[in-house]
Design a protein around this ligand. Sequence first.
Ligand SMILES: [Cu+2]
Length: 213
Amino acid sequence: MTTVDKAAIGWSIAIVAIGVAIAFAGAGGQDLSVGTSAPQAAAPTTTTPTIEEPEAQTDPFADLAADVRESAPTQEMESEPEPVTEPVEEVMPEPVEEVMPEPVEEVMPEPAGPQTVMVDMPAGTAVPGCEETNECYIPASITINVGDTVTWTNSDTAAHTVTGGSPAEGPSGVFDSSLVLGGASYSFTFEEAGSYDYFCMVHPWMVGDVQVN
Ligand SMILES: [Cu+2]
């Protein structure tokens, strides 16, 4: 600023001196009137130096701009490596394994335990005739499973037997009730599969059979 002020003062002095010189040269005797007007006319010229003042003031800004330009490239150099960074591998989310509900094992209804099958020895079988309709044992033929039990009930007044075998071949020895009195019963559990014939040792016309699966 001080340099600018000095320059402005210097210019003003020079212009005033020139104006005075012109006034004296042109007007001659009218020195005062022209002398006073000369500075006014010269005043606009004084603005010329003032316009130049900003030029001097731009220097500091130019220096700053230069500094900025110098510093700018360094920042760019520093920022350039950033894009070069290796692309981050996208971490694929691991697919969530669907937890399949364990199939519930269907509990098959277990076949009922050993069964007991009833066979009746009806009244009147002590005399022949029931064999004609195969009703000396009712039912005369049954089918059961291994482990099942057959219970023969004597509904007759006479005693009968349930004897494994046949009238022709005799007792097999597998099972024999011996005499079953009227109202009594006999039970036998079959533990082996097979076909079992049986008969009444007292009344050989009485026959029946048990199929064991
Ligand atoms: Cu009998």
